[in-house]
Ligand binder design. Structure first.
Ligand code: NAD
Ligand code: TYD
Length: 355
């Protein structure tokens, strides 16, 4: 039976203005009026308060703009709000950016996590009853799979990109604080997410944006790379479940049981987009362009989510075809959101990345 924890009144969610964080914040604010949710976000290029307009006036919600690497600021907010639990999502999250600027990833993902761990530890000393540090991580820490096999919770860490190395390092620090200081934690390692509000630098929203604008679809290498895709709402549901029922000091893998080769996924996306935009069948596929491969590109990720399924009863609720259709609809209906995030600095990034 899962260990029972006390109700946690004051919950800090970091990175709540980002893609996954905004879905988690919304779920917790709406489903748990007895909790107060503090959303701490630096509002980097990836953070956007427009993602949370529907809940910003709720009584049990407070937004705090701040940087997790600013130790003084973090200590001040812990003194003020006495967070019982943390759900930590704030991170630099894009592999391609990590290749260009690895230090920024070490700073936010490693140092930032340590500053939060220290603040949490100083706040509660050894009085850990009812407290939890929930660290949200990625399957990329396991490195790459060959053509077969799945990542389980006991797969050795073997990260290949600066992004996955920084996440792996932060996972290790969370574990170390658990072993050394008895800090209560859970970690989840999730596969690739997709859905509404994802910044259009990751594969699916980038390609939706490009198809809308009749721009080339830059497929890295031969497109023969495989990812395991999970709808973001199903990730938020899993986080809710692990937060409430996960066992202290355990890790859970979360995945969609949904592997796709990039090129097959892009072709499916093109078909769905042609239908939704009323374009001639096959027209979006003509935008596919094979470009220079990503350095250190991991061949395949695939999660074995048996543990969370068997122990906590979680499984995805949405099929990929449904999830993808919902996602496309969201981007087509939120043109203003897309235009806002793709103006200014985005253009500079795009030119540099795809020159
Ligand atoms: P995202 O880039 O969309 O959002 C990250 C958020 O963190 C942004 O709102 C940004 O403003 C904020 N942030 C960045 N640096 C900060 C700092 N120094 N201080 C405070 N806030 C800061 O990322 P995402 O895709 O929503 O990912 C969220 C978490 O989930 C990350 O930890 C990521 O490693 C993990 N994850 C993501 C995926 C995925 O497919 N996107 C899969 C598995 C795990
Ligand atoms: P991405 O969405 O960046 O996620 P991750 O690298 O964390 O898995 O990329 C998903 C896959 O799509 C990955 O194999 C790289 C590939 N890709 C492209 O082929 N072209 C692109 O422009 C991007 C952004 C990704």
């Amino acid at each position: 039976m899962p260990e029972k924890r006390n109700a946690r009144k004051s919950i800090l969610i970091t990175g709540g203005a980002g893609f996954i964080g905004s879905h988690v914040v919304r779920r917790f604010v709406n489903n748990y009026p007895e909790y107060h949710i503090y959303n701490l976000d630096a509002l980097t290029y990836a953070g956007n308060l427009e993602n949370l307009m529907d809940i910003e006036e709720k009584e049990n919600y407070t937004f705090l703009q701040g940087d997790i690497t600013n130790e003084k600021y973090i200590n001040t907010i812990f003194d003020e709000y006495h967070f019982d639990s943390i759900i930590h999502l704030a991170a630099e999250s894009h592999v391609d950016r990590s290749i260009k600027d690895p230090l920024a990833f070490a700073k936010t993902n490693i140092l930032g996590t340590m500053i939060l761990l220290n603040a949490f530890k100083s706040q509660w000393q050894d009085n850990w009853e009812g407290k939890l540090f929930y660290h949200v991580s990625t399957d990329e820490v396991y490195g790459t799979l060959g053509k077969t096999g799945l990542f389980t919770e006991s797969t050795s860490y073997d990260p290949n990109s600066p992004y996955s190395s920084s996440k792996a390092s932060s996972d290790h620090f969370v574990r170390a604080y658990g072993e050394t200081y008895n800090l209560p934690y859970v970690i989840t390692n999730c596969s690739n997410n997709y859905g509404a509000n994802q910044f259009p630098e990751k594969l699916i929203p980038l390609f939706i944006h490009n198809i809308i604008n009749n721009k080339q679809l830059p497929v890295y290498g031969d497109g023969d790379y495989t990812r395991d895709w999970l709808y973001v709402i199903d990730h938020a549901i899993a986080i809710d479940l692990v937060f409430h029922k996960g066992i202290n000091h355990e890790t859970y893998n979360i995945g969609g049981f949904n592997e796709w080769k990039n090129i097959d996924l892009v072709k499916l996306l093109c078909q769905q987009m042609d239908e939704k935009l009323g374009r001639e069948k096959g027209s979006s596929e003509q935008l596919i362009t094979f470009v220079k491969d990503r350095p250190g590109h991991d061949l395949r990720y695939a999660i074995d989510a048996t543990k969370i399924n068997k122990e906590l009863g979680w499984s995805p609720t949405v099929t990929f075809e449904e999830g993808l259709a919902n996602t496309i609809d969201w981007y087509l209906n939120n043109e203003e959101w897309l235009n806002n995030v793709t103006s200014g600095a985005y253009q500079k990034y795009y030119t540099l990345q795809y020159k």
